[in-house]
Write a protein that binds this ligand. Structure first.
Ligand SMILES: [Zn+2]
Length: 894
């Protein structure tokens, strides 16, 4: 949608100056945002849907305020065949209107009134038909276990596939939804059903209660042979006087597997209500397990939708699914406040939805399941975002939006993870209670309306009694991309221990970026004293600063990111590194994670070589805390995959890994023990995967192959015995089996997948297929990924695989360029931003970067968001190549 960027200025002018036109606005086509002189006040949405059909029909009735004389208005509508259009004016007179599609791809239309109407209240009714979408957008269709279902996914800009309207988040209005559906099916929507009536032979019409004011992207409903199961009713509390009904919605026959998540939900809701001091306002709560879904989950008020494996749980479920289920549920329910009650005003503030839901989920998890260690999850998630944020092509948290591609690519680790880490950092700076006070005021002030970043920061600053410097510091993280790199140096000056600090932008070897950048960073350091250690904080808002360490005595070591609460990386002189490495066990586990990240950062920045890295990370491998113990694996795997050049070098790394992890792996064993801590189950999964597949440790491979063979053995009914593998290891066991047994294993999985509906078993099989790494087998798996047997939302699981070696990547590239149209045909426009990564991610040479560029550049105009996807993937490939050429593999053997 290249035209969007070009016409945005024009649109902004039309919107701002529309009122100046006396008769009717001679406006240009609003490719950016709709003008504000027609404002919707409520919608009635009536749909007639049979999921077995290819199309549906609907009538959308919008009450709107026309705020200036006009002979037309602009609407969003995509793939809609609009028939009759009726405009009823304030006097009750009806005018026949005309719906004209103006931009097919963006989904923009004009409704002509047939004459000029003066400013007044209008009612606009549009009858239309449209296809049930096949790409998981708008109102879409899925087949599951032979039965068709229809459901919605509107965010960010897909409501226009389902009904014509003002598809932008600050147009919040109430909705009355009615569904006419086959009598034998179940229909659910955002609110409680209020009536049911027959509507001719074999049809019925369901009406639902009027919603709270919502943006279009939060409208939701679903139709099919759903199981509906009751969960525990959520009792009233100080902030909500009515009991809250809770239900689970699942595909036919699966409802009984919803109880686990339903039982977890009341404590999540109460925790959120207590935090915000504001009762859940949407009347009822349904959690729906979607048989196919584009995102992970969606926070529609009253009807939250999830990929099915987050919700369908039983004692055999992978531990990771159980934990993710809680975290994702907490995230979506946090949105009921930040996102649904208070909605972003425009997509450049998507972080107001997503960073807050991510940050709040971690808070809820800390409270309800402290053993899940969400405090560590926030740190590892932030470190993951830092990798992306180190790219010159990284987004800002508040990236200006110049088109639909920018909206769709805003759902990235910067918005979610960097956003949550930045919130956590400033929460730490002002104190949790003060921050909460600000959040409560923000929710009260903007409830059922919209808000911007300034509203939020203002609320926090007021609660914290902070001046403009605070706002500037916060803004410095929102409005510029990049990770601050804080360099420290310890010094003795006149009897005082002084820490010198300087900041710049962290840029890895090979980066073309400019490092001269300044943030307002709340820097907290821990330092060793005779009596143990102390922490001290200061705001570093200039390129350089100093901190006099109180009572430092003979301080010899400094940890420059105490409690890992800061969103920054750090570096120091090599002797200081060595001092810190010596005292790494004196750090808490959060700091040990930050230490591991900074070793990785130092390696990619060129200060540390492979030998330094292997030495510095060694003390962490034996840590008791799982997250710390596995923190070195990615860096070491990079060295193994890209740097080790000789058998001796590879053998040295394998020895390092074996020494560090094999005893722990063997102690854990390869089967979940009754009653074991779920952290042990998760550690088993991580270690087994990494040791068997990344480092190819024979002992671990043998154990997994045994399980893979058992899972691939046929049961008497001819189906595979997938339950023979440990549920936490199924995917990796099948992956090893595919690598060792080749074609028979791939064929068996391809034959079995269509016969299996269980999402966890399907995920295991997809992981197996994704592991195929000879060109023939990988291509067989990829061809299969394009078939209807693989759900649209599952495709990437197979296509992500097969990129470990240059030869495997070449084969993937060949396949991808031949099947490009089919891949896009299945995923649709929503995934465009991710397509370059799917094709060329994991590359590590300039040749790979060049071919990616040459292929995608001419195609960008047809792929919204792919320009950013291309820039980031290409940059990652080039950085990998630069780091590889800088390294001396001999350092591995030092
Ligand atoms: Zn979210």
């Amino acid at each position: 949608m290249h035209r969007l960027a070009q016409s945005f200025v024009l649109t902004a002018l039309a919107a701002c100056c529309g009122a100046a036109f006396a008769a009717t606005p001679a406006d240009g086509v609003p490719h950016g945002r709709l003008p504000r002189w027609a404002v919707p006040e409520s919608y009635q949405l009536a749909f007639k849907v049979d999921p077995a059909q290819q199309n549906f029909s609907g009538t959308t009735t919008i009450k709107l305020a026309l705020q200036q004389a006009a002979d037309h208005i602009w609407l969003d509508g995509r793939d809609l065949n609009v028939g009759k259009v009726t405009i009823t004016d304030a006097s009750g007179k009806q005018h026949e209107g005309k719906y004209v599609t103006v931009d097919l791809k963006a989904g923009l239309a004009r409704v002509d009134f047939g004459g000029v109407l003066q400013p007044q209240a209008l009612t606009l009714a549009l009858d239309y038909t449209a296809p049930l979408n096949q790409q998981l957008q708008g109102l879409y269709k899925v087949n599951h276990a032979g039965a068709p279902y229809a459901m919605t996914q509107m965010e960010p800009v897909s409501a226009r596939f389902a009904f014509p309207g003002f598809d932008e988040p600050d147009f919040k209005t109430p909705y009355d939804i009615a569904l006419t559906i086959p009598s034998n099916l179940v229909g659910v929507a955002n609110t409680q059903q209020t009536s049911e009536a027959t509507a001719g032979d074999n049809w019925k019409t369901l009406h639902f209660a009027r919603t709270q004011p919502l943006p279009t992207y939060l409208v939701a409903f679903a139709i099919g042979p759903w199981d509906v199961v009751n969960g525990p009713t959520i009792a009233p509390d100080s902030y909500r006087s009515e009991p809250l009904p809770l239900r689970g919605i699942a595909t036919h026959g699966e409802g009984h597997r919803m109880q686990h998540v339903l039982n977890e939900t009341p404590s999540i809701i109460h925790t959120l209500e207590n935090y915000y001091g504001f009762g859940y306002p949407f009347g009822k709560l349904d959690l729906l397990a979607a048989p196919d879904f584009s995102a992970g989950a969606m926070e529609n008020p009253g009807l939250v939708t999830f990929r099915d494996w987050f919700l369908l749980l039983d004692p055999q479920s992978p531990t990771k699914n159980v934990r993710d289920s809680f975290n994702v549920t907490a995230h979506e329910l946090a949105h009921q406040w930040t996102g649904d009650t208070v909605t972003l005003a425009w997509w450049d503030d998507l972080w107001l939805n997503e960073a807050f839901a991510t940050w709040m989920q971690q808070k809820v998890t800390m409270k309800v399941h402290p053993e899940y260690r969400a405090d560590l999850e926030r740190i590892t998630a932030a470190e993951n975002a830092m990798e992306n944020d180190s790219l010159v092509s990284a987004r800002k948290i508040r990236q200006p939006i110049s088109g639909i591609g920018d909206i769709e690519t805003a759902f990235d680790s910067i918005t979610y993870r960097k956003g949550a880490a930045v919130l956590g950092m400033f929460e730490g700076y002002v104190g949790e209670d003060v921050f909460q006070k600000g959040m409560r005021a923000y929710i009260q002030k903007h409830k059922f309306g919209n808000a911007t970043a300034d509203d939020l920061i203002g609320a926090i600053a007021t609660a914290a009694n902070q001046g403009p410097a605070f706002n500037q510091a916060f803004d410095s993280f929102l409005n510029q991309a990049g990770v601050p790199y804080v360099q420290t140096r310890l010094d003795q000056q006149g009897g005082k221990t002084v820490l010198h600090m300087s900041q710049s932008r962290y840029l890895p070897v090979g980066s073309t970026g400019n490092a001269a950048q300044v943030w307002g960073i709340p820097v907290c350091v821990r330092y060793g004293t005779a009596a143990g250690s102390k922490t001290q904080c200061e705001m570093l808002d200039k390129a350089e600063g100093t901190m006099v360490l109180a009572d430092a005595g003979t301080a010899t070591w400094v940890m420059p990111n105490a409690n890992a609460s800061g969103y920054y990386r750090f570096s120091m002189t090599k002797p200081a590194w060595m001092d810190l490495t010596k005292h790494v066990t004196a750090l808490n586990d959060k700091e040990q994670l930050a230490y591991a990240d900074s070793i990785d950062a130092g390696f990619r920045h060129g200060e540390l070589d492979a030998g330094d890295v292997l030495a510095a990370l060694k003390p962490l491998a034996g840590a008791k805390t799982r997250e710390v113990a596995v923190a070195p694996l990615n860096t070491v795997a990079w060295i193994y995959r890209h740097e080790a050049a000789t058998d001796a070098q590879r053998a040295a790394i394998v020895e390092w890994v074996k020494k560090a992890y094999l005893p722990r792996m063997e102690q854990l064993g390869y089967q979940r023990k009754t009653g074991e801590a779920d952290g042990d189950s998760l550690l088993r999964t991580t270690l087994a995967h990494s040791l068997a597949l990344d480092f190819k440790i024979p002992e671990v491979r043998t154990a997994l192959l045994k399980q893979g063979d058992a899972a691939l053995a046929k049961k008497p009914d001819g189906s595979l015995n997938l339950g023979a593998a440990d549920p936490d290891l199924l995917g990796d066991a099948l992956a090893v089996a595919v690598r060792e047994r080749g074609k028979p294993a791939v064929d068996a999985l391809i034959a079995e997948l269509p016969r299996t509906t269980d999402p966890a078993l399907r995920n295991g099989m997809l992981a197996g297929l994704g592991a195929a790494n000879t060109p023939e087998l990988a291509n067989e798996a990829r061809d299969f990924a394009l078939s209807k047997q693989v759900k649209v939302g599952e495709m990437a699981a197979i296509l992500r695989g097969g990129r470990d070696t240059p030869a495997a990547r070449d084969a993937l590239w060949q396949w991808f360029t031949v099947h490009y149209d089919q891949v896009l045909g299945r995923t649709g426009s929503f995934a465009s931003g991710f397509v370059p990564r799917l094709a060329g991610g994991g590359g590590c040479s300039t040749a790979e970067a060049d071919r990616l560029d040459a292929y995608f550049k001419p195609r960008l105009k047809d792929l919204a968001g792919a320009d950013r996807g291309l820039a980031q993937t290409r940059e990652q490939v080039l950085l990998c190549a630069a780091l590889k050429s800088k390294q001396d593999p001999a350092a591995i053997l030092r």
